[in-house]
Design a protein around this ligand. Structure first.
Ligand code: ATP
Length: 508
């Protein structure tokens, strides 16, 4: 087969459909109508997600001499979340629409004045999108038409609802009804899920599902240091579930209420050059994303403006990814000073400082924190890998194929073993023998059903990088089999030893 140049990028509809069709992701509790903001990873999804997590763990922890791992509990002492500021400050500004009963995040809701001949005639609103300004402009034009107002419409200026003046709020239409008068002023909504520990259900038994894994690393900083294996600079890393009662979960697994984080706290000396450490970690994260198949063309950096940073923060840079619904945060890399350890020292009374042998002084280390969501990487990996393309065979026949060009590092199935014919025992016996041997080290798939071309297509769609076909030459001649490469669709004959060498090089 040769490929014609008609590859198309993914739309969210294509991706969601593929995820459902091929068993990557399902809506949680779907038989009961689903639960918004929660998802299940099916047989192929769980492999892909596990591979992303395992690659991160190997590269971040096992292959570095300066990072150790941790697995802290999901429910921690409630005082942890008071000290960290989450009880008081982990809030999103929430706006209610009293008529439709819908809720919006005030920082995702925009409005604009409709100014005609220099006079404000009313307001329009739109939810944040790829083209919020365009949506507001179109709404303003429609407003002018409907009200039959003559005159020149000034270009609209989008304003976040959080910045609305009290007298403007009753005049701004709800995005749910299109009518003004039903939106409430923004109020702080704490995103932590509450639960109770023990038999009593009162204020004293309240606990929280952690909204981030990071606090585990801070609270266990001392025990890790006291085990004596680490010396500054060093990191503590963990992977685990976090929970946020997001007001508007959306964009599939991009923003959900239960998700997985991969976070690392890198502790440095208080006098260390934090800017260099911060830059180095940004570079590390970028390179790592490339190593699992995300192209430079989809990645960019966003430096948070100094004015919007928390008072203790020295700088935060996000690695952004071009998703089909817009360029969005994938990975945040924050220089957090020594705020977190300092807070826990104050709240617990347990000193968090360590002793500097050179200066003979005690100090609380500072920290650089690269924090990323596994699910967001999962979605990015799928977006970058998905293509629909027309392929033309040697006879000139053209057909459509859907292909996931996943990196072999993360592909759920590394190689498919296919006997050329199902009913020839000598072929299936050899194929099963190879399959069993490969299975000891890799996720492998055995498929003998259907025409070989259709079997290749099935593997293309789930991102299997290699297919090997056992044919009569394999069993009657030299033992070699056909290796078919997913992306180029080229085929060549190789030996078993060459196949293992190839996988060893590609799957690391
Ligand atoms: P956002 O601004 O998108 O809500 P955030 O800045 O609050 O994200 P952090 O608290 O820095 O996010 O969390 C670190 C990482 O965890 C994010 O970069 C993202 O990859 C992931 N993450 C955060 N919230 C969610 C969520 N609701 N669903 C999936 N992943 C998430």
């Amino acid at each position: 087969m040769s490929e014609t140049n008609t590859a198309q990028a993914a739309s969210m509809e294509d991706l969601v459909a593929l995820c459902k069709r091929r068993g990557f992701i399902f809506q949680s509790s779907e038989i009961y109508g689903g639960l918004t903001g929660f998802f299940d990873y099916g047989p192929l999804g769980v492999e892909l997600k596990r591979n992303i997590r395992d690659c991160w763990w190997r590269d971040m922890v096992q292959r570095r001499d300066d990072v150790v791992g941790l697995e802290s509990s999901i429910i921690m002492h409630p005082k942890v979340w008071q000290a960290s500021g989450h009880v008081d400050g982990f809030t999103d500004p929430l706006v209610d629409c009293k008529v439709s009963k819908q809720r919006f995040r005030a920082d995702q809701l925009f409005f604009a004045a409709v100014t005609i001949d220099g006079e404000v005639k009313g307001y329009v609103s739109a939810l944040e999108s790829d083209d919020t300004a365009g949506a507001l402009q179109a709404a303003a034009e429609s407003f002018k038409r409907k009200k039959a107002i003559q005159g020149a419409l000034a270009p609209v200026v989008a304003v976040e609802f959080t910045d609305a003046a009290p007298e403007q709020i009753p005049l701004i239409p709800s995005p749910a009804t299109g009518e003004p008068g039903s939106l409430t002023p923004p109020r702080a909504f704490n995103m932590m899920f509450e639960t109770h520990v023990g038999a009593l259900r009162d204020g004293s038994s309240v606990a929280y599902l952690r909204p981030e894994t990071a606090q585990g690393m801070f609270v266990d900083f001392k025990p890790v240091v006291d085990t004596g294996r680490v010396k500054l600079p060093f990191g503590i890393a963990q992977v685990g579930k976090s929970f946020r009662n997001e007001i508007t979960p959306r964009n599939f697994i991009f923003r959900s209420r239960e998700f997985e984080q991969m976070e690392m706290e890198y502790f440095i000396h208080e006098d260390a050059d934090w800017e260099t450490a911060h830059k180095d970690w940004i570079q590390w994260c970028w390179d790592w994303l490339k190593s699992i198949g995300l192209p430079d063309s989809h990645l960019s950096l966003y430096d948070h403006p100094k004015a919007k940073l928390a008072f203790y923060s020295r700088g935060t840079t996000d690695i952004m990814f071009k998703y089909p619904f817009g360029v969005q945060e994938l990975w945040g890399i924050a220089a957090r000073g020594n705020y977190d350890l300092g807070q826990h020292e104050k709240a617990s009374g347990v000193p968090q400082a360590i002793f500097d042998e050179t200066t003979k002084k005690k100090f609380i280390p500072h920290v650089i924190e690269p924090a990323v969501g596994t699910d967001r990487i999962f979605l990015a990996v799928l977006c970058a890998a998905y293509a629909e393309e027309a392929v033309t065979d040697e006879k000139g026949n053209t057909e459509q194929r859907t292909v996931l060009r996943l990196s072999p590092r993360v592909a759920p199935v590394k190689v498919a073993v296919l006997p050329l014919l199902k009913n020839k025992e000598q072929l299936t016996t050899r194929a099963k023998e190879l399959y069993k041997k490969l299975q000891r080290r890799y996720a492998v798939f055995y498929d003998e059903a259907g025409a070989i071309g259709r079997r290749y297509r099935r593997q293309d769609e789930i991102g299997t990088p290699y297919c090997v076909t056992i044919d009569f030459d394999t069993v009657e001649k030299d033992g070699t089999f056909t290796l078919r490469d997913r992306d180029s669709m080229r085929q060549k004959r190789i030996t078993e030893a060459e196949l293992f060498a190839l996988l060893d090089e590609q799957v690391y």
